[in-house]
Ligand binder design. Structure first.
Ligand code: LLP
Length: 461
């Protein structure tokens, strides 16, 4: 792969960049009509830059694709934006304005969604280890659903709802044995991870954890069992996993109805829709996945003789991932001789693993380009690294950059909107970058840059 062509191209940059990213004739890249040179001058670097129009279009795209596909088979869909990918007050508002609800995974995310004015009824609360305070905050906000993740939580949510004189709307999160991510999906008989309740029978061949939780939820007067929830993984590019999981969940729903007479009205099929991180990668197409899943759901319900449930999904990355890029300034550039005779150019930027932990944590691949100018210099094999005291502090493992890349150049990394800011840290006491939204030629700071004073204010000495 060489990036030489890319560096000199003008016009829309294309995948994996957001739709509002283009290179102007003067060589400077702009996002949402704002030049990165102006952004860097006004906001400094590193900075997370969010293309508002792109976010909104993807949110609408998912909502429309799923609403259309499921309307064709005769049921409705709610799309919950998974706030764990990136949640700020403005982002939650955008999601809501585009007709999405908001999925939260902690008291902090819940507080941001509420601050944004998202009605409690349109918020879900997840978590495998929710605190009493989080459950109470959710109940007090009147959340539309609490997704229960363990048998003990059935009792805890029931007790806390009882203490408030409320009936808690709950879903039970089950594990179907289907795990997906990347291009593959696997169906395993046994689960060895912390989330959800297994649909497998218990060791004695009797009811397994999922059925026991569903039966318990049906019986508790302080709980209203809305439905069953399944999330099979993240960055999934093959729809087969969603269909396999839907089959298992729908069978469980039918079995519960047979045994208790309670046919739950909702099934959530989770998030996990994959995106492109590199040029040439093909993201999951929401229209195609929606059609495939809708026809699988309809076929299984027909087979089982059960009416269709209302469906919900929880995409995070697919909405906000491509909408974001990270803007850095290049510092030290260092050629390093490799054992095989090649030279690798280490290009250090002013952030690193504190603003994007995904390369270090998952060996995630990203694409970078010089965005402040074009160059006709021969491309060199480059590794983009951060400024942390750690050799694993890699931003882009392997890429091609113009051979004249130098101190002061602006460099952007594509598709960092999801799980960049939301997983950022203060490692080496770096201050976390701002989140800057761009739209229609204007920029707006959604979350300001942290300062050293912020860090010192937390340290009580
Ligand atoms: N719903 C549930 C219950 C989830 O656990 C997740 C992600 C989502 C929805 C949203 O998944 P998405 O559509 O964004 O793939 N930090 C990792 C991803 C972990 C995702 C955890 N759960 C990463 O950076 O790739």
């Amino acid at each position: 792969m060489t990036g030489a062509g890319n560096q000199a191209t003008t016009g829309v940059l294309g995948v994996p960049w957001s739709t509002g990213v283009r290179r102007r004739d003067d060589g400077v890249v702009e996002v949402g009509g704002v030049g990165v040179d102006a952004l860097a001058a006004q906001q400094g670097t590193p900075a997370y830059v969010l293309d508002e129009a792109d976010f909104r279009a993807r949110a609408r795209g998912y909502r429309t694709a799923f609403a259309t596909a499921f309307a064709e088979v005769g049921t409705g869909v709610d799309v919950y934006y998974a706030g764990k990918a990136l949640l700020t007050v403005a982002v939650a508002r955008w999601a809501r304005e585009e007709g999405l609800r908001v999925d939260t995974a902690s008291g902090g995310e819940l507080a941001v969604a509420l601050r944004a004015g998202v009605p409690g009824a349109e918020i879900g609360l997840h978590g495998n280890n929710k605190s009493d305070a989080e459950i109470l905050a959710a109940l007090d906000a009147g959340v539309g659903r609490i997704i229960v993740d363990s048998l003990v939580e059935i009792d805890r949510v029931a007790a806390l709802a009882g203490s408030r004189g409320l009936v808690a709307p709950v879903m039970v999160r089950v594990t179907t044995g289907v795990h997906a991510g990347g291009h593959e999906y696997i169906s395993t008989a046994h689960e060895d991870q912390k989330f959800g309740l297994s649909v497998n029978p218990g060791p004695d061949g009797g009811d397994g954890p999922a059925m026991r939780a569903l039966l318990a939820a049906v019986e508790r007067p302080e709980l209203h069992l809305l439905g069953i929830h399944s999330h099979i993984g993240s960055q999934i590019l093959d729809p087969a996993g969603f269909e396999a999981a839907a089959r298992v969940v729908l069978r469980l729903r039918a079995e519960l109805a047979e045994r208790t007479g309670v046919l739950v009205g909702e099934v959530d099929l989770g998030g996990g829709y994959g995106i492109a991180y590199l040029p040439g990668e093909v993201p999951l197409d929401p229209d195609r996945i929606a059609k495939d899943v809708a026809s699988a759901v309809a076929a299984v319900c027909a087979e089982l003789g059960t009416p269709l449930p209302r469906i919900s999904i929880e995409p995070g990355r697919a909405i906000v991932g491509p909408a974001g890029l990270t803007l850095y300034t290049v510092g030290t550039v260092k050629p390093v001789a490799l054992d095989d005779g090649r030279v690798r150019t280490y290009v250090s930027v002013d952030g690193g693993m504190s603003d994007n932990i995904r390369p270090a944590l998952y060996e995630a691949q990203y694409h970078a380009e010089l965005v402040g100018r074009t160059s006709t210099a021969e491309p060199v094999l480059a590794r983009v690294v951060g400024k942390h005291c750690e050799s694993g502090d890699i931003v882009v493992h392997e890429t091609w950059l113009p051979g004249d890349v130098r101190d002061g150049d602006l460099l952007a990394v594509a598709a960092t909107g999801a799980y960049g800011r939301s997983m950022a840290s203060n490692y080496n006491l770096l201050t976390r970058p701002p989140v800057v939204a761009v739209s229609g030629g204007a920029s707006r700071v959604l979350v300001r840059r942290e300062t050293v004073d912020d860090l010192l204010a937390l340290d009580l000495g």
